[in-house]
Design a protein around this ligand. Structure first.
Ligand code: AMP
Length: 316
């Protein structure tokens, strides 16, 4: 054996077994060299373990989390990591857009059910309106930015219920509901004028400021009146279960009228602004009629809400 060409014992062995016995020495040496090179190439071939991820992917836990893979002793190659990231990104994006679509749908649905009509008792006593304007002016002297939150005097009212009417047909049904309430209201009011004495100033979460209704029997009657109307609207399928209890109030300012104030940091109306009016008597309002009003349509010439239908209350 020529030690000069010899590059390893294993090579010798392979060459010796592979060479036919009849070869001349030169040919044999050349063949031995070729065999040795082949053997070396084989040695350098990638180890079997490199193929393992492919094999593993056929197994049930191939879809397990990356943490599980690592616990099992496998490390992911960079390309697999990228692939997984991309996949997660893709499906993540899809989930995002699906969620966004769902949100948009719900928002649209909510908007399509947002109250756009209400039944109200208008404030027709000028003494009450004048006293309300006085409070509003006092507040504005302390915080002029609240001007847009003020309820204009011609629109002052007491809300009895709010509803969403999707079309003119439903507006007609609401007018019918008002008419149908008449016998029950007449029964409720027989022999009695319903007069509402307004006094004091209160608030809902410092976002809505209102003149309150003094205590007394009239409160009970007013609540029953609102209840009759609710029932009639429900019977026409026009109430979507507005669950907030009826709390009679005469709104004089509300921040929701001026949403920009919130971004300016004005999120509450400080009760100190109207503290000198908390015991003030504002006046009596005789309930003459109830109106079905639109929240969105252009106001009437007299400044009051667009009124679709009215029910004149008759006292006997
Ligand atoms: P309105 O007098 O109907 O213009 O109502 C003024 C605001 O007061 C509306 O935004 C109502 O959502 C809110 N509101 C009415 N009743 C209540 C109540 N019982 N509690 C809290 N907020 C109310």
């Amino acid at each position: 054996m020529d030690r000069g060409d010899d590059d390893g014992g294993g090579g010798d062995e392979v060459a010796a077994t592979a060479a036919p016995p009849t070869d001349v020495p030169a040919e044999r040496t050349a063949r031995m060299r070729r065999e040795r090179r082949k053997a070396q190439k084989k040695k350098k071939a990638p180890p079997a373990v490199d193929h393992q991820p492919n094999v593993m992917s056929e197994l049930p836990f191939a879809l397990a989390s990356s943490a599980a893979w690592e616990q099992l002793g496998f490390t992911r190659t960079e390309s697999t990591q990228k692939k997984r990231k991309r996949k997660r990104g893709d499906s993540g994006g899809r989930v995002d857009s699906e969620e966004e679509e769902e949100k948009k749908k719900k928002k649209k649905q909510k908007e399509s059910q947002r109250p756009n009509y209400f039944v109200s008792i208008p404030i027709t006593n000028a003494q009450i309106s004048a006293a309300v304007v006085e409070v509003q002016e006092a507040v504005l002297q302390q915080e002029p930015r609240l001007v847009k939150a003020m309820i204009p005097a011609p629109t002052l009212h007491i809300t009895l219920l709010v509803t969403h009417l999707a079309n003119q047909e439903q507006v007609g049904l609401a007018a019918t509901a008002l008419d149908k309430a008449m016998p029950s209201l007449a029964e409720l009011l027989v022999g009695r004028d319903l007069v509402l004495p307004f006094s004091g100033v209160g608030h809902f979460r410092k976002e809505v400021v209102f003149v309150g209704l003094a205590p007394g029997q009239h409160r009970d009657t007013l609540e029953k009146l609102a209840e009759v109307l609710r029932r009639c609207f429900e019977e026409q399928g026009l109430l979507q279960g507005d669950s907030r209890g009826f709390e009679p109030h005469l709104t004089i300012m509300k921040l929701s009228k001026a949403p920009k104030l919130r971004s300016q940091g004005l999120k509450r109306v400080n009760p100190d602004f109207y503290s000198s009016y908390t015991d003030r008597f504002f006046g009596d309002q005789r309930v003459e009629r109830v109106d079905l009003c639109s929240m969105l349509k252009k106001k009437q010439q007299d400044g009051y809400y667009h009124t679709e239908s009215s029910l004149q209350l008759v006292y006997m």
